[in-house]
Design a protein around this ligand. Structure first.
Ligand SMILES: [Zn+2]
Length: 278
């Protein structure tokens, strides 16, 4: 599942071919993804200039010249590919099954941006100016200055939930997913079972630093994989990371060699080192 760093990588890959250009043609190959498309989707997007392609949590947000915002969410398996027009013909150079190509955006610079999603958990949503949206109650972005020791401490005050689940609450931090919560807790040597409201000021400060580091490093890794990807395949969106704990149940801790443990919290797997995060 794409996490915040992957979404940010995709946004950076799409920006040069979409931002500042007009949607010359919008082709929908089906009426819905996870949710139905707006009945006027094509009408509302076609002919508009994409003024800015931003991101909030795991949403890419295309600001259109009409004032509408187009939210793009990759779900579990969504990916974008970019085909360039070479000598009047599109070079269809991605390796995904074209039967899962659900949306094509033909941009005024001659690029075709295709959305492919085999499992169809992704979605595209148009939000009119002033209309409420899914990002209205999100907490601060992990890399923003709004996320700091004091803000996190205030958010955790009196919280009886365990720190793992508290960090996944999108009202506390926007877009921080399961993988990066596990990694940040491991680096901070904080047990995922600890009660959020009981963490010490110093521990919270350490944790904030590691949250920012794991996200920033993953975005950086995405940037380098994006360069390879874009040069060779024209595909955007997925890359391999090496994680310290995530997905490593039974393998040795990189610090103390004890086997990494897995436990389930709020229905999600937590990976951690019992010895280091005691
Ligand atoms: Zn360890």
């Amino acid at each position: 599942m794409p996490e915040l760093p992957e979404v940010e990588t995709v946004r950076r890959g799409l920006t040069p071919v979409m931002e500042g250009f007009v949607f010359d043609q919008v082709i929908l190959n089906r009426p819905n993804l996870r949710f139905p498309f707006d009945p006027k989707f094509v009408e509302r997007v076609q002919g508009q200039t994409l003024e800015r392609l931003g991101r909030r949590a795991k949403f890419m947000i295309a600001e259109l010249s009409s004032g509408d915002r187009l939210f793009l969410h990759l779900g579990m398996s969504g990916r974008f590919t970019i085909d360039e027009r070479v000598q009047g013909e599109f070079v269809h150079n991605h390796d995904t099954n074209p039967k899962h190509d659900h949306v094509h955006f033909l941009m005024s610079n001659g690029s075709r941006v295709t959305y492919n999603d085999p499992r169809r958990f992704g979605f595209m949503e148009l939000i009119a100016p002033g209309e409420p949206s899914r990002i209205d109650h999100l907490g601060p972005e992990p890399l923003s200055n709004e996320l700091s020791g004091p803000t996190l401490r205030a958010a955790f005050k009196g919280k009886k939930a365990n720190i793992k689940s508290a960090l996944l609450d999108q009202r506390v931090i926007a877009g921080l997913g399961n993988i990066y919560v596990c990694e940040a807790l491991y680096r901070s040597k904080i047990s995922p079972r600890r009660m959020a409201g009981r963490l010490k000021t110093k521990e919270i400060e350490t944790l904030v630093g590691h949250i920012k580091d794991v996200i920033a490093e993953a975005i950086e890794a995405g940037g380098s994989s994006l360069r390879d990807f874009a040069n060779t395949e024209g595909g955007l969106g997925y890359f391999q990371h090496s994680f310290d704990v995530y997905g490593r149940e039974g393998e040795p801790c990189k610090v103390c060699a004890a086997p990494i443990q897995r436990l389930v919290q709020s229905g999600r797997s937590t990976f951690y080192c019992k010895a280091c995060q005691g």
